[in-house]
Every structure is written in structure tokens, then in C-alpha cells.
Design a protein. Sequence first.
Length: 338
Amino acid sequence: MTVDTRFYAPLGALTLGEIAGRTSATLTGDAGLAISGIASAANAKAAEIAFLDGDGKTPPTLSPHLKAVFANPAMKAFVPEGVAVLETPFPRHAHSVVASALFRPRHLTGYGAEPISSLAQIHPDAVVQPGAVIGPGAAIGEGAVIGPAAVIGAGVQIGCNTTIGANASIHCALVGDHVTVLAGARIGETGFGVLVGPSGAEDAPHFGRVIIQDHVTLGANSCVDRGVFEDTIIGERTKIDNLCQIAHNVILGRGVIVAAFGGISGSVRVGDGSMLGGRVGIADHVQVGERVSLAASAGLFRDVDSGETWGGTPAKPIRQWMREVAWLQKQANPKKSG
């Protein structure tokens, strides 16, 4: 996905030679090639730089348009001929250095003295309650209500008849019609992306968005993180309870139900109509099919096919889990003899 300039201000292109100098990477390729964007290796376009970081055992998915990539020695062998390579032991860190040199998140640059920017577009029939802050380039649709002390970041789009609760904050997001965001919710913050750099653990910058489709409800004090490069997407009529965490690059389908304290790790996919009970946790990159039910407090670590019901930690098909629980109870409480 190309970086959305409504949310990230471009700072100008860099040549691969300049990038090599900034990151101390060893360049093999055209030093004059101009780079103006960032992306994942699977989705990179010609003027975008990506990274490959791994142990060299699994071939990565590469975009046919990829022209330049950071790679560690183990992953360098997977780079096709004709693609410029910047070799470094810390490819993701180097990529983040370049990302921060190419783009600046607009919501981090301040809003000036006016709490409601003169560059925002607010429909005459929208209601903006006291203390709300609306950034430049934001758009508020007809019949929308922005609650007290809510923050609508630069470039954020709020659809018609959508209600944003008190003290909620929304950045780097496109929000549809008839959406309800309850008090204290946080949409569009960075996810828990941690990378290894020369000095140890560092926060990974995020340059994606959050897309919230029509008729979604997001509970009080719940969080939906924006994507690293691609989008976090909440499908229409999905209902998320209070105190839930939806991590970066998650895609929830239509009509998904997530009960309180649910935690969904990065890059998870949940199919249409699935239901997650309270305190359900899903590990990163797991694929959940359509109409799946996960019992309360389930801890899911592997993919689930459509239509199944699972429970337990680690989660497994519900009948298997119930049999195991019943067996364990019998072993822990044997009948007294005689």
C-alpha cells in the first residue's frame, strides 16, 4: 500500500547512495536510484524500499516490482537479480531509519493555537462538543457527533451519523457511517512493533491506517492500532466490547463479535460472523475462518476452519477440550473406595 499522504507528510526522495550512507549498509546496485516510499517486500512498488529479515530458511514473498531491499546475510540469497541490495545485520532497523527520513506523521507536528483547525471540513449539521480537537485536513460528516475532549487527528475522515465519545482519540483512520466509538477509545496509535537495532530493542514506526467500515461499534477504552505498512480493517457491523485490543494489520470481517478483554495480535484474520468470547486471546498471524466461535478465555495459537467451535488454552475443538477437562476433574477428584 502506498503511504497515505493525508496522514504522513512526504519529506522528499533519497537515492540509494544516500540511504546507504545514513544506514551504514553495504550497497550492491544502482546508487543513483531514487526512493520515495516504503513498503513490505510483498507489496513494494518500483520507487519503494522494503526489508528482508529472517534466518534464511523460508523463502519470502516478493513483489515483482521490487527494486531495492535491505537484507541481512541470511536473506540476501533470496533477492532476485536486478534488485538492489543494502546488506546490514539490522535490516528492519535500517528500513525504519529511512522511513522516518521519507515521511513524518502529521498528527505529531502539532495543531497550532486553534483547537478546531480552519483547514478541517465540518458539516453544518455535525455537532462538535466543548474541548474537542480537530486537526487540519480532517472531515466530519453530516449528523456526526464529536464528544467532549475527543481528538480527531489530521486528515481523519468521520462519516455521517457517527458518534465519537468523550476523550476518544482517532489518528490515521477512515471511519464510516453510523459508527459508534465509546468514551476513551484509541484508534490509530502505533502497535506493539519492536525491532532489534544496534543499541537493542526499539519501537518500529507505523505508516499504515485504520479502516472502520459502516455500523461498527467500538467499546470504551478499547484500542485499534494502525498498520505498519498496510491497513488494520474492521468490517461493517462488527461489534467490539469495552477494553479490547486489536493490534496492527488485523483484519476483522463483517459482523464479527469481540467480547470484553479480547486481545487480537498482529496480522490476524477473522472471518465474517465469527464470535469471540470474553478474554479470548489470538496469537499473531493466525487465520480464523467464517462463523467460528471461540469460548471465553480461549487462547488460540493455530488456524481454525470455518464453522468450528473451539475452547481452552491452547484452544482446540470444543468437544475435545471438554473431554479433557472432564478427565482432569476425575483424576483430581477420584471417588473414595469402600
